[in-house]
Design a protein around this ligand. Sequence first.
Ligand SMILES: [Fe+2]
Ligand SMILES: [Fe+2]
Length: 304
Amino acid sequence: MASVFEQTIARNERIEPRDEMPDAYRATLVRQIAQHAHSEIIGMQPEGNWISRAPSLRRKLVLLAKVQDEAGHGLYLYSAAETLGVSRDELDEMLRTGRQKYSSIFNYPTLTYADVGTIGWLVDGAAICNQVPLCRTSYGPYGRAMIRICKEESFHQRQGYELLMTMMGGTDAQRAMVQESVDRFWWPALMMFGPPDDDSPNTAQSMAWGIKRNTNDELRQKFVDMTVPQAKALGVTLPDPDLVWNEERGAHDFGQPDWEEFWQVVKGNGPCNAQRLAHRRRAHDEGAWVREAASAYAARSQHD
Ligand SMILES: [Fe+2]
Ligand SMILES: [Fe+2]
């Protein structure tokens, strides 16, 4: 006879924190939600790099708000992970010691202000494709966190696109800056969906549990089909000679990213892995006094 857990999944209903669940389901969720939370937090770095050098007060305000949103996303997600019986301290330590991963995209540098636009357009755009189906994920707290996150991600995507649109209406040098940025970020953005399906052994189980709703390749295809008309409207070229509309499939054919590079970045050998983790560790150490003061204050308030 099917367990209560299996029946709940079969009815497409939600698993909640106090429900019984298989250990492997819990472990998979902790890993996935933690990795997602870490990505939000580490993802603040490449763009935070530009806050002090934003070209106008308006751009500075928009970028500050966006980076702050990412901190908020990290917090909702750590809270969702905590409902599975892990503490935020444990998860944070796993990030700082490199035992848990974050998205490979944040190990690429931001070299120009156009990268702020490209990240909003392509990186937040890819994140939206990945995350919208997660609003229907089988674990309640994760799905509910994703609803708010997705609303904010769509603001991020639009602010990036608007920035690039503005630059494309500027000088030749600004247009060249946008194209160069898109050339660097296109392939890493495609890698955000993870390895091809035949190289993604956990996908089938995650889909059977209702954690994942689409395969990596399905989501990558959706992203490409969504992005091509946007690139055209913007006036940039996507750097893939194999990118072409396939009438029969009703979808675009496109080339494969360099998967060897992807695995290297995942293993810690990307251009900025060491820098990102070093920065995170330094921020943690420098924040020790804040944590101590907050704990001391909380302890004292309890006595009063
Ligand atoms: Fe986010
Ligand atoms: Fe975002």
